[in-house]
Write a protein that binds this ligand. Structure first.
Ligand SMILES: NC(=O)c1ccc[n+]([C@@H]2O[C@H](COP(=O)([O-])OP(=O)(O)OC[C@H]3O[C@@H](n4cnc5c(N)ncnc54)[C@H](OP(=O)(O)O)[C@@H]3O)[C@@H](O)[C@H]2O)c1
Length: 235
């Protein structure tokens, strides 16, 4: 990662934070964007609330060449279908999908200029596996998967790779705020739902993102890669 310019949107917590720390240790030059500057990460930070400011205005300190873009903002808004409102669906689409589209449009020229860039987006195991209460987030994340494949096809001639990581439940502030890992009982039942008998750590997911950014993944594009303790594929 030495001499690679990497933009992480949403590096202040969870998976994005774990990734920023790991890429910093590997010598990457980091550019970060989000509402808060990540603690203990050396980066050129651009303050951006994806729901308020257009990316083209906010991402104004991007370098001329960008080797990687990782878009981390996401939602876990679990409710019975009848209780989900249009506002919920729009909010999930805005944060998971439209924010990513907007960031990619702002970073398009520097990504192309690298002649070998990698884009990493985030889906969820719930886009592949039907899971009750997930209809809004699975709509949004399925759109992320469509975006991943379509852009991978369109940008392959420019050697820009586009992949998505699809985690299952991972111990981050997002999962915490959704109340999924709130006490020992919830943690134990969350572990038991996974074939590998545990929920994920931010590093489990960040290490796949780091791999997809690296030269070792230079022949991988258009993939949705489950990092989910077996949840998405095993009974
Ligand atoms: N954790 C899980 O169990 C799980 C499961 C499946 C999929 N995923 C997906 O994995 C990805 C990362 O999730 P995570 O658990 O690491 O989430 P997280 O802990 O909530 O971190 C999300 C990051 O996105 C940024 N962000 C959120 N809203 C934003 C906004 N309006 N404008 C700008 N930045 C914003 C936050 O930064 P600021 O607050 O500084 O803006 C934060 O750094 C998400 O796409 C999520 O859907 C997570």
């Amino acid at each position: 990662m030495q001499d690679k310019n990497i933009l992480i949107i949403g590096a202040s917590s969870g998976i994005g934070y774990a990734l920023a720390k790991s890429l910093q240790d590997k010598g990457a030059t980091l550019f970060t964007a989000g509402r808060q500057q990540p603690n203990g990460v050396q980066s050129t930070h651009m303050t951006w609330d994806i729901t308020q400011t257009p990316a083209l205005d906010a991402l104004n300190q991007l370098p001329g060449v960008l080797h990687g873009l990782v878009y981390c903002p996401g939602t876990i808004n679990l409710k019975p279908f009848q209780r989900l409102t249009m506002v919920d669906y729009r909010n999930d689409l805005e944060i998971n999908v439209l924010g990513a589209v907007s960031a990619l449009q702002a970073a398009y020229t520097p990504l192309k200029a690298s002649k070998g860039a990698s884009v990493v987006l985030f889906s969820t195991v719930a886009a592949k596996l039907g899971m009750g209460l997930h209809s809004s987030v699975s709509v949004a994340k399925s759109a992320v998967e469509g975006l991943t494949k379509s852009l991978a096809a369109e940008l392959a001639p420019f050697k820009v790779r586009v992949n998505a990581v699809a985690p299952s439940l991972t111990d981050t502030p997002l999962a915490e705020s959704a109340g999924l890992l709130g006490d020992d009982n919830k943690r134990e039942s969350a572990s038991k739902r996974h074939p590998l008998n545990r929920y994920g750590t931010p590093d489990d997911i960040a290490s796949m993102a780091a791999y997809l950014l690296s030269e070792q993944a230079s022949w991988i594009t258009g993939q949705i890669i489950g990092v989910d303790g077996g949840m998405g594929s095993l009974k």
